[in-house]
Design a protein around this ligand. Structure first.
Ligand SMILES: Nc1nc2c(c(=O)[nH]1)N[C@H]1C(S)=C(S)[C@@H](COP(=O)(O)OP(=O)(O)OC[C@H]3O[C@@H](n4cnc5c(=O)[nH]c(N)nc54)[C@H](O)[C@@H]3O)O[C@H]1N2
Ligand SMILES: Nc1nc2c(c(=O)[nH]1)N[C@H]1C(S)=C(S)[C@@H](COP(=O)(O)OP(=O)(O)OC[C@H]3O[C@@H](n4cnc5c(=O)[nH]c(N)nc54)[C@H](O)[C@@H]3O)O[C@H]1N2
Ligand code: SF4
Ligand SMILES: [Mo]
Length: 721
């Protein structure tokens, strides 16, 4: 193990901040600034700074657990792996391969995500695999695919943001969810650009804005259409760009024209003058951007909503041009790479489609199997979880905690409990792991090497800095061992190497020629460069240098400049010449407003929206185990407007109950004028009585299958003590 600092990346969000880890006497690590990494330039949020706390024994799992007599008890790895293999094999024999489910996560490295997709399809032979990214950015991904022919969250690096003229930030609270990225927006304003934030709450991010619009949750589609209507009415369409670089304008234009500003004001609560001001601020500068996050995306019409924002960019000539464009702020550590390499229900590595015969042939060849043996597309995340205990009898879960994070969570918890067999790989005993028949404790970010792809599409190398404790193994080892046990005579474990670089080498081949082409990226290059943006195809003649000792640790390697041509530099900026559609033109999508799946009524008169706080991460499985973070964000709360609080007779800190058609949650009131009076907000990081997802509506977007996390009808009640 190196004694000096190891440059690596944070285990949490999609910013993938660079950090240095230095080993400590006691076997742990200290986080030290890494100013040379361009994305965060040394800055970290509290979660990143305190991430080593989760490496400590006593906090993390250190031995496999097997359920016996109703309780989880420590077991050897052999026993635990045998139990998992038996559980899955029994289901496969009794109910067929599709009765085995697999659920992955956007926090898994590319190598793990790739192996998990392969494991499902060739070891289990199941079509029933999906992952938590479905709950994250799937609507933006679907809309990006439709419009641009390719989904890479940001088509440009963050460093372009300060140089544009105006940014509309739709439903992102990045001051809390990606704090070091706020710098780019501060610089934008220092450079004379403007920031518009669209959020039903006056968040820390909205406080930075030149203009804050606070629409009613679930109405962003109407808002975007109203803005497009005004763009047309005010003669601000970039006709030449529309003619040269797009298709489908007439239908999209006609659809938008039905959304009169006054109508949009009634739906959204955003006034006509504010709409006009937004259009002026967005259209006057030569360059502008729209960035969306979970606010507009986590809706049962998220795909159409993002489509409408993209239409606005296209009509004004602000996509595929320098310092202009549409982007989605992806969320999880490997939220981008995690959606490219095959853990998604309909997908093969390299962002290939599972139902495309050529893609099946290519990947089957890399995997050494018959293309016809690959199952077809499976179900989306919520549909998969909803089928547990019915036609899906066993589940292998890696990198998610759905008991806390899935919509209609009480129901999903029941579905999980009704499984014949549940195996969970995790670093801690999450609420979902606590329900498992077998829990396999895995290594963590500082203890293993692997690649992630950040929200910019920048592929990064996370390096091992310390030795993992006895008793834990990597996810890759788990898949190797299970493949050995489940593959029978077939020797399938050979296709599941435990060395991450070996997996990456195969991923390169599997992705070659696909939309997300990583074939020109090597561990050697990643060790030398501050990430490489995909697509990065291999260039014939630019030979990979032969692997040298220790290259997985990033030592002793040089960039992939081979004997002949120089290596492909990667693609920081997409679409500048053409979009990724067959004819190179971006596609307008004709969309019209529709209401949220569950509008308030007399019984449930208030809207609930949900989201995050800076000090907790996701289901909280990791961050709720860190003292400093718990001190900053000790538990759930219900954010509500003073007028609503007064009607309930609730004072600050009083417990209030929020009741939806799915269930009831109770948490202390947090009273603020920063929220619309018709809306309450709950963060979703906690289990138990204050679990926000007890309430949320699993109504799904027809295209992306994204649940409606951001708007459902509730009733708010004072709790008598
Ligand atoms: N601290 C912290 N940081 C994180 C995470 C975390 O859990 N904690 N998770 C990471 C992940 S996976 C993700 S996906 C990102 C998410 O990052 P964000 O998208 O920034 O996070 P959210 O808080 O879910 O939602 C953003 C905002 O949307 C607003 N909103 C709610 N409803 C609507 C609506 O109908 N329309 C609009 N326009 N806005 C609405 C909410 O008020 C909220 O302020 O954060 C990443 N970073
Ligand atoms: N109401 C509401 N619900 C939401 C959202 C919302 O805005 N509102 N947001 C949704 C979004 S955007 C997301 S991304 C999801 C996230 O929700 P989850 O999918 O539950 O995400 P995490 O809490 O990050 O869960 C990751 C789990 O994997 C473990 N883990 C971490 N690293 C590894 C690893 O390398 N290997 C293995 N095997 N395990 C690992 C962690 O300890 C943790 O238990 O929540 C969704 N749910
Ligand atoms: S912003 Fe995200 S990547 Fe950066 S330190 Fe915080 S959690 Fe980690
Ligand atoms: Mo996410």
């Amino acid at each position: 193990m190196p004694n000096s600092a190891t440059p690596t990346h944070c285990p949490y969000c999609a910013l993938q901040c660079g950090m240095n880890l230095t080993p400590l006497q006691d076997g742990g690590v200290a986080v030290v600034e890494r100013p040379d990494f361009p994305v965060n330039k040394g800055a970290l949020c509290g979660k990143g700074r305190t991430a080593p706390a989760v490496l400590a024994s006593g906090v993390r799992l250190s031995s496999p657990l097997v359920r016996s007599g109703g309780t989880l008890t420590p077991a050897t790895w052999e026993e635990a792996l045998d139990r998992v293999a038996e559980g899955l094999a029994r289901t496969r024999t009794e109910h067929g391969p599709d009765a085995c489910g697999v659920f992955g996560g956007g926090g898994l490295t590319n190598e793990k995500a790739y192996s998990l997709g392969k494991f499902a399809r060739i070891v289990l032979g199941t079509s029933q695999i999906d992952y938590n990214g479905r709950f994250c950015m799937s609507s933006a991904a679907a809309a990006g695919m439709k419009a641009f022919g390719l989904d890479r969250g940001l088509p440009f690096p963050l460093e372009d943001i300060p140089k544009t003229g105006c940014v509309i930030l739709v439903g992102s609270n990045l001051a809390e969810t990606m704090p070091p990225s706020l710098r780019y927006f501060t610089e934008l304003r220092e450079n004379g650009g403007t920031l518009i934030v669209i959020d039903p709450r006056r968040t820390k991010t909205a406080e930075q804005a030149d203009l804050h619009l606070a629409p009613r949750p679930g109405t962003d589609l109407a808002l975007a259409l109203g803005l497009l209507h005004l763009v047309v009415a005010e003669g601000r369409v970039d006709e030449e760009y529309v003619r040269e670089r797009t298709a489908g304008w007439e239908d999209a234009r006609a659809a938008a024209m039905a959304h009169w500003p006054e109508y949009v004001e009634r739906i959204t609560g955003v006034s006509v003058p504010q709409l006009r001001e937004t259009v002026r601020m967005f259209c006057e500068p030569e360059r502008a951007m729209v960035l969306t996050a979970r606010g507009p995306e986590q809706q049962a019409k998220g795909t159409d909503t993002v489509g409408a924002w993209i239409n606005l960019c296209l009509a004004t000539g602000r996509a595929g041009r320098p310092l202009s464009g549409y982007g989605c702020l992806t969320g999880q550590g490997n939220g981008q790479g995690g959606r490219e390499h095959g853990q998604k229900a309909d997908q093969l590595p390299g962002y290939r489609k599972l139902d495309d015969p050529a893609a099946r042939r290519h990947v089957a060849e890399v995997w050494g199997v018959d293309p016809d043996s690959l199952p077809g597309p499976g179900r989306s995340a919520y549909e998969l979880l909803d089928a547990l205990g019915t036609d899906i009898r066993s589940l292998l879960l890696m990198g998610s905690n759905p008991v806390v994070s899935a919509p209609r969570a009480a129901h999903i918890e029941e579905r999980i409990k009704s499984l014949d067999f549940l195996a969970v790989c995790d670093v801690v005993l999450s609420e979902t792991a606590a329900l498992a028949d077998v829990v396999l404790p895995v290594t963590q970010w500082a203890e293993e090497t692997g690649t992630t792809t950040n929200l910019e599409g920048r592929v990064l190398l996370r390096r091992r800095a310390i030795t993992a404790p006895e008793g834990v193994r990597s996810d890759l080892e788990v898949m190797h061992e299970l493949a050995a046990r489940l593959g029978g005579e077939r020797g399938l474990e050979k296709g599941f190497p435990t060395d991450p670089e070996e997996v990456f080498e195969e991923l390169r081949r599997a992705s070659a020629g696909g939309p997300a082409d990583y074939s020109g990226i090597t561990y050697g290059r990643l060790a030398e460069e501050n990430g490489v943006f995909w697509p990065c195809p291999a260039v014939p003649g630019a030979e990979d240098h032969e692997d040298e000792e220790g290259s997985a640790g990033g030592e002793g390697t040089s960039p992939a400049v081979g004997s002949g041509s120089p290596a492909h530099p990667g693609t920081p900026r997409l679409f500048l010449d053409r979009f990724a559609t067959p004819d190179g033109r971006a596609r307008f999508v004709p969309v019209s407003y529709r209401a949220i799946a569950e509008e308030p009524d007399d019984e449930y008169p208030v809207l609930l929206t949900t989201g995050r706080v800076v000090a907790q991460y996701q289901s909280g499985a990791q961050t709720r185990r860190v003292d400093e973070l718990n001190a900053a964000a000790p538990g759930p709360f219900v954010e509500l407007h003073p007028r609503l609080a007064a009607r309930l007779g609730a004072a600050e800190g009083d417990p209030v109950a929020v009741v939806s058609r799915r269930g009831r949650a109770v948490a202390p009131a947090r009273i603020t004028t920063g929220i619309r009076p018709d809306t309450v907000f709950m963060p979703f990081h906690w289990p138990g009585e204050g679990r926000a997802n007890t309430l949320t509506n699993p109504a799904l977007d027809p295209t992306s299958r994204m649940p409606e996390f951001k708007a459902c009808a509730v009733r708010v009640e004072a709790v008598k003590s």
